[in-house]
Design a protein around this ligand. Structure first.
Ligand SMILES: [Zn+2]
Length: 432
């Protein structure tokens, strides 16, 4: 189901033309109204009239999260505060939060791109959307809410947490669509089974999962346990919240709403733009945003782009599911390791639950990675010998994928902490 064929199935040349026009206007506004960007453009030696074509975007400066923090709270506003109708921020758990201020027009765009997102996974007017993303300053809750409203679906704004109540509502109101983090969906499935409910039989048909990187194996687990189509969605507060990109039913990369968000992939250390298909850091420019537009935002998410048309009929550029974040990337004895690579390997092993934790320590100047993996009840009751064999097998599989030696430790069922929001997978003791 394509919500907006005019833009989602626009041909490449027409899209570039649309993007160039929007970028030209954006740069003009930023240069005139936002001192932060005026200064940055002067420093980069570029004037608004230099931007004639979308390919001219490489002349513009990047924007980093730290820079956005430095101008907290209103330094990126490009309209009068009177024209702002809603404000969200990033969590601020790692420092000053980043502010996303929306005009009425921005909220309309947000609803539009989220309507596209939910439609891409088959959500329609008849659906009941259980929205277990947090409502509040976090963008997940209201983003899904606005999209579901725009489609005309019924939205249940239950927000995150309170797992027993989630299950009761799901059953009583006959929810057909679930929106939450991937790790929380598995926690819901586990809690359902503990109450004697088969989570694959509750009637969910689609789930929209984002806000943390997850692997293809994790998707398999979620689809099987909850009996639904698990759709990966992508967004970030610095840009708009969810709604930047989403998978369609073919699940072969996330379609970027590139009439609003222009994507590039760069080599993180040099800032050089990489050709399609090459892995690097995703950079996004908000082409149409009015409140707090952002030029070439460095997302720190690692992915690659693909522009071949998709079987669904959409022609928009696609990004591969996020492989990891530059700041989640572990460097173990000089090798780059992403938690999602480890997840992909361990979830293929018989008797393993989709709950794990990575502990990094430095012993005698050497990095050591311990992978704690939860067993299911079946494996747990098995002979010690078989447990040891499983540990060795996972260690060998990890070595084959990562080329580093790890220590795998199977832990008892339900001992790894569950998360109602974003899962915390890494405990890095090297920084302590
Ligand atoms: Zn598609």
């Amino acid at each position: 189901m394509i919500w907006n064929t005019d833009f989602e199935a626009l041909d490449g040349a027409a899209m570039s033309c649309h993007q160039a026009e929007k970028l030209g206007k954006l740069v003009d506004v930023l240069y005139r109204r936002v001192p932060f960007y005026h200064r940055k453009m002067d420093e980069a030696g570029v004037k608004p009239q230099d931007i004639q074509d979308i390919s001219d975007i490489v002349r513009l400066p990047f924007t980093t999260k730290d820079e956005m923090r430095d101008v907290y709270p209103y330094g990126l506003l490009s309209v009068s505060l009177q024209d702002i109708v809603e404000i969200h921020t990033s969590s601020g758990t790692t420092g000053t939060p980043v502010v996303d201020a929306y005009t009425a027009g921005d909220i309309e765009v947000w609803a539009e791109v989220m309507a596209r997102t939910l439609s891409a996974g088959g959500t329609g007017r008849h659906d009941i959307v259980q929205n277990a993303y947090g409502y509040g300053l976090f963008t997940g809750g209201l983003g899904v809410h606005y999209g579901a409203r725009k489609i005309g679906a019924t939205v249940i704004p239950i927000s995150g947490g309170n797992t027993k109540r989630q299950l009761a509502i799901m059953h009583d109101f006959k929810s057909t669509v679930l929106a939450c983090t991937p790790s929380y969906s598995l926690y819901l499935a586990e809690a359902a089974r503990e109450e004697g409910i088969d989570p694959s039989k509750v009637g969910l048909k689609a789930g929209f999962f984002g806000a943390e990187p997850w692997s293809q194996s994790m998707r398999g687990e979620i689809q099987q346990q909850l009996g639904l189509l698990a759709i990966d969605i992508y967004g970030l507060t610095e840009i708009i919240g969810p709604g930047v990109a989403m998978e369609c039913e073919h699940q072969e990369g996330l379609h970027i709403n590139e009439d609003h968000f222009y994507p590039e992939v760069i080599e993180p250390s040099t800032g050089k733009v990489l050709p399609d298909g090459q892995k690097g850091e995703l950079v996004i420019t908000t082409l149409t945003k009015e409140g707090t537009p952002v030029l070439r935002y460095r997302t720190r998410d690692i992915t690659y782009l693909e522009r071949a048309p998709c079987a669904c009929g959409r022609t928009t550029a696609r990004m591969h599911r996020v492989l990891g974040r530059t700041d989640d990337m572990l460097i173990i004895r000089g090798v780059n390791v992403f938690p999602s690579q480890i997840e992909e390997v361990i979830l293929k092993v018989e008797g393993i639950e989709p709950h794990y934790q990575l502990i990094v320590e430095r012993r005698d100047q050497l990095d050591e990675l311990e992978v704690q993996v939860e067993m299911n009840e079946g494996l747990f009751s098995d002979e010690i010998r078989n447990l040891e064999r499983t540990e060795k097998k996972i260690e060998a599989d990890l070595y084959a994928t990562l080329n580093i030696h790890t220590r795998v430790r199977l832990v008892e069922p339900k001992t790894i902490a569950r998360s109602e929001g974003k899962a915390k997978r890494i405990i890095d003791k090297r920084q302590a």
